[in-house]
Design a protein around this ligand. Structure first.
Ligand code: SF4
Length: 304
């Protein structure tokens, strides 16, 4: 038995072949950086580190072409999902969104789109546009949730509340759009209890997908200053894995686990070094889950 539901397995079942996700920078920005809400952004944010596509400075078509070529060669992928990744990809007038998302129609190999955004950058009109792609594509929206605790959202300078997220969730749930959330383990001020409260909510809301990663310190961020000033410590791999086991146990068994760590270019990473040891972390997680007899959804019934 698989201890958690992997995204790669889901894609293979759903599309019958290898599917590769292409990250694309479509020229959007973020209200938490442009001064609308703040100019500082989230304390861990460095979009250049998150998104190699942002550093390449290519037009959307070129990025997709390159991604298809790479995915075919490197992974023998036959189909592709375009992931609008950096910044907040619903933060623009509807005509601009339509123009940018519509570029996917030029490529016959594309079977899905995934749109990453903040929960306070969505409304019914935008969701209607996004849902309109669901007749031909698998459509995902990825919301940055990070934590359900408003005290944490304040500390990390998200400039939205959990209730903003619930509002976006309610609007999205009515539509034929899959919801994936991003959660960070190890945020400043959070205890294991706080983190597992977020896990229980993620279970209760039965998300279609989730991306979880450990907090990590990137260059040129507020968090780097906290870390260097000894105001904040990162987790060891073992501690992260221990919490992650329990976190997964509270999720709905059907929720697709899209990611359990972060990919980061070494040149942007300050700490922890173990973030670069992805396979080692995943191996340890598998071992720990077996040892503790934990699997995704094991404790889900507790929250019903
Ligand atoms: S919402 Fe995303 S892009 Fe905006 S500041 Fe936070 S992490 Fe950066």
């Amino acid at each position: 038995m698989e201890v958690y539901r992997r995204f790669s397995d889901y894609l293979k079942e759903r599309f019958g072949c290898r599917v590769h996700k292409i990250s694309v920078y479509a020229g959007f920005f973020c209200p938490n950086l442009d001064g609308t809400l703040s100019k500082k952004g989230c304390i861990y944010c460095n979009n250049y580190a998150f998104s190699p596509c942002l550093r390449e400075n290519l037009e959307i078509e070129k990025q997709i072409e390159k991604g298809i070529e790479y995915g075919k060669k490197r992974f023998k992928a036959e189909k592709f999902i375009v992931y609008f990744q950096p910044y907040s990809n619903t933060y623009a007038p509807i005509e601009i969104l339509k123009e940018k998302y519509g570029i996917v129609k030029k490529f016959s190999e594309i079977v899905g789109i995934s749109i990453g955004t903040r929960p306070d950058c969505i409304d019914d009109e935008k969701l209607e546009l996004i849902e309109s792609y669901s007749d031909k594509y698998e459509v995902w929206i990825e919301y940055g949730l990070q934590s359900i605790h408003d005290k944490t959202l304040k500390i990390i300078n998200r400039n939205h509340t959990y209730s903003d997220f619930l509002n976006a969730y309610d609007l999205t749930r009515k539509r034929n759009i899959k919801i994936c959330v991003h959660v960070i383990i190890g945020l400043p001020g959070e205890t294991k209890k706080d983190i597992l409260e977020t896990a229980k909510e993620c279970g209760r809301l039965k998300f279609d997908g989730i991306k979880i990663h450990p907090i990590h310190i990137l260059k040129d961020t507020e968090l780097e200053r906290w870390y260097k000033g000894k105001r904040f410590k990162v987790m060891e791999m073992e501690e992260y894995v221990d919490i992650l086991c329990d976190f997964l146990s509270y999720l709905h068994p059907e929720t697709i686990i899209q990611r359990l760590t972060a990919d980061c270019d070494r040149k942007f990473l300050v700490a922890p070094d173990w973030l670069l040891e992805k396979q080692k972390m995943l191996k340890l997680l598998g071992e720990k889950m077996k040892e503790k007899n934990i699997y995704q959804g094991k404790n889900y019934k507790e929250i019903q």
